[in-house]
Design a protein around this ligand. Structure first.
Ligand code: MN
Length: 290
């Protein structure tokens, strides 16, 4: 099943090129904050599933008539693995890889969706890059999860762009701007996707193919990423793991459009918009940080 958020935050099921509004079943209070209806649906999915299946008979709205939103706006954390493909390690000249480095976090406030532009900070001297990543959505609370149990904790998958200002400042500061984590266009549930260890993912900028990789080439695989993260922190339903990027990262600028696609999941295209904000003082010099 493909679960999405759309328009004013309604939750829907996507079938082919249409969406079925199931908001009345799973998200009765649209005004409630934080926006945790999808987290709750994920946590209680087994109870909800028969109701959702029955809702497939409801009227459908063409996807072209709705605005899709990021599927889990109140994910408690986005766990992101850096340097998790050998070819990306080579292009960045890095020795240390995800199996030694572990992960960093992107804040939930950096999440954006298929209808939101990537808003670039006003840092003209800095390169701002796209990274094409598989998003793994956690379905069940867990701590110290052994790698062989990984499937019990995965709810589904989505496409994720890890946007980054290049430089030597702390990774989080360079990767945490609002809209620096587009996720979408929906969550494809794990039962429908099948084996995620052989998924082709691609990213284009203005129709030029920039990244083309397969999850079989991950350094730390999906069971390993869940095991490592869960030894450090409790994973919660709706948490997102960004699997890392393959080679081909490159700069984006205002006016570009960036398309990401993972096979069996779907694709989305987001615009890039230059803003005049975001000039944090830490970016004023190429300071002697290492
Ligand atoms: Mn990344």
């Amino acid at each position: 099943m493909k679960l999405a958020r759309f328009n004013e935050g309604h939750i829907g099921i996507v079938v082919d090129e249409e969406i079925i509004d199931i908001n009345d079943l799973v998200n009765k209070d649209l005004e409630a904050w934080p926006l945790v209806a999808m987290n709750r649906l994920i946590a209680e999915y087994q109870q909800f599933e028969p109701t959702l299946r029955a809702a497939l008979a409801r009227p459908r709205i063409p996807l072209s008539q709705v605005q899709l939103l990021t599927p889990i706006p109140a994910s408690s954390k986005v766990i992101a693995y850096p340097i998790n493909y050998h070819d990306h390690a080579t292009e960045m000249g890095r020795q240390a890889k995800a199996n030694n480095l572990g992960f960093f976090l992107k804040p939930p406030s950096s999440l954006s969706g298929p209808s939101d532009p990537i808003l670039l900070p006003d840092l003209p001297d800095r390169r701002i890059d796209h990274e094409c990543e598989l998003a793994i959505v956690i379905g069940k609370r867990g701590k110290d999860i052994p790698r062989e149990d990984w499937q019990d904790y995965v709810f589904g998958y989505s496409c994720l762009m890890d946007i980054v200002v290049r430089g030597k400042e702390e990774r989080v500061a360079r990767k945490a701007f609002d809209t620096f984590c587009p996720v979408g266009p929906w969550i494809m549930t794990a039962d429908e996707l099948g084996d995620p260890s052989n998924l082709r993912g691609r990213l284009w900028v203005n129709d030029e193919l920039r990244q083309d990789a397969n999850t079989r080439d991950l350094i730390v695989d999906i069971p390993g990423m869940i095991e490592i993260a869960s030894h450090i922190m409790t994973l919660e339903p709706g948490d997102i793991i960004a699997a890392g990027t393959p080679a081909g990262v490159g700069p984006i600028k205002g006016g570009d459009h960036v398309k990401i696609e993972f096979e069996k999941i779907g694709s989305m295209t987001v615009m890039v918009k230059q803003t005049s904000g975001g000039r944090a003082s830490i970016f004023e010099t190429t300071a002697a940080v290492s």
